[in-house]
Design a protein around this ligand. Structure first.
Ligand code: HEC
Length: 208
C-alpha cells in the first residue's frame, strides 16, 4: 500500500469515529439523547408545562415495549400498581347523571395550552368510542360501548369495573391506548360517575 492510500484510510477512520459509527451508542445513551431532544424542542405554554414530558413508572415501562408485546411480568406489574392506585368513590356509589356524562363524553376541550384552565374539561370519549347511537361521528380506536350496560348486566360488579376502567384504564389492560382519566387528574370523581351512568343507567341512550 502506498503512502497516499494509507493517509486516506486514516482520515476516513477518523471521520467515522467522529460521527460515532466506530463505537455503537448504547440504548441508554440513545434514550437519554432522545429525551434531551424532546425537552429542548417543546416549550411550556400556559397550562401545558414541560412536566408533561416526565414519564411515570407505567409510561416508562410501556415506552420500553412500545413496539413489542410486553412480557407477562411487566403486564402484571403495571396492572397491579395501577389498580392499587384507583381512588374509589368514598360512599361506594358509582352512578351519577347520564345527561351530564353525555356532555363529558362529547367535550374534547380542557388540557391544551389554548384551553381555559378553569374549564370545561372533557373526556372526548367519542374520539375513540361509539356510545349513544344519536351521535354519528365517533372514532374506532376503542371498541363500541353501545348497549354497554344492557349487554354486561346492570349490577355493581360491572358498575365498579366501568368506574375503575375510566379512572385508570392501565389497571385492566397494561399499555392500553386509553388515557387514565381520573388517575392523571383529567376528570373529577363526579365526572367519572356521570360517565359510568352514561354507560350503565338503563335510561341512558347508550342502552336503548
Ligand atoms: C385515545 C382513545 C380512547 C379514548 C379517548 C377513550 N378510550 Fe376507552 N378505550 C380505548 C381502547 C383502545 C380500549 C380497548 C382497550 C382497553 O380495554 O384498554 C378502551 C376501552 C374502554 C372500556 C372497556 C370496554 C370493555 O369492553 O370492557 C371502557 C368502559 C371505556 N373504554 C370507556 C371510555 C370512556 C367513558 C371514555 C371517555 C372518558 C374513553 N373510554 C375514552 C381507547 C380510548
Amino acid at each position: 500500500m502506498n503512502m497516499r492510500i494509507i493517509g486516506w484510510t486514516v482520515a476516513a477512520c477518523a471521520a467515522v469515529a467522529v460521527v460515532g459509527c466506530a463505537t455503537k451508542p448504547t440504548d441508554a445513551e440513545v434514550s437519554a439523547k432522545a429525551t434531551q431532544m424532546l425537552k429542548t424542542s417543546f416549550k411550556a405554554r400556559g397550562q401545558a408545562g414541560l412536566d408533561r414530558l416526565d414519564q411515570d413508572e407505567t409510561q416508562k415501562l410501556c415506552t420500553e415495549y412500545a413496539t413489542a408485546v410486553p412480557p407477562k411480568d411487566v403486564v402484571t406489574k403495571v396492572e397491579k400498581a395501577n389498580f392499587a392506585a384507583i381512588k374509589w368513590p368514598a360512599d361506594g356509589k358509582y352512578l351519577g347523571d347520564w345527561k351530564k356524562g353525555e356532555r363529558v363524553a362529547q367535550e374534547g376541550r380542557g388540557k391544551q395550552f389554548s384551553d381555559d384552565p378553569k374549564g370545561p374539561v372533557g373526556g372526548n370519549c367519542y374520539a375513540c368510542h361509539q356510545l349513544a347511537p344519536q351521535e354519528v361521528s365517533y372514532g374506532t380506536i376503542g371498541p363500541s360501548l353501545y348497549q354497554f350496560g344492557k349487554l354486561r348486566g346492570y349490577n355493581d360488579e360491572v358498575r365498579k369495573y366501568a368506574y375503575g376502567k375510566i379512572w385508570n384504564a392501565e389497571a385492566y389492560n397494561a399499555c392500553t391506548l386509553m388515557p387514565r382519566f381520573g388517575h392523571s387528574g383529567i376528570l373529577s370523581e363526579e365526572q367519572v360517575r356521570d360517565l359510568v351512568a352514561l354507560l350503565m343507567d338503563p335510561d341512558s341512550p347508550v342502552n336503548k
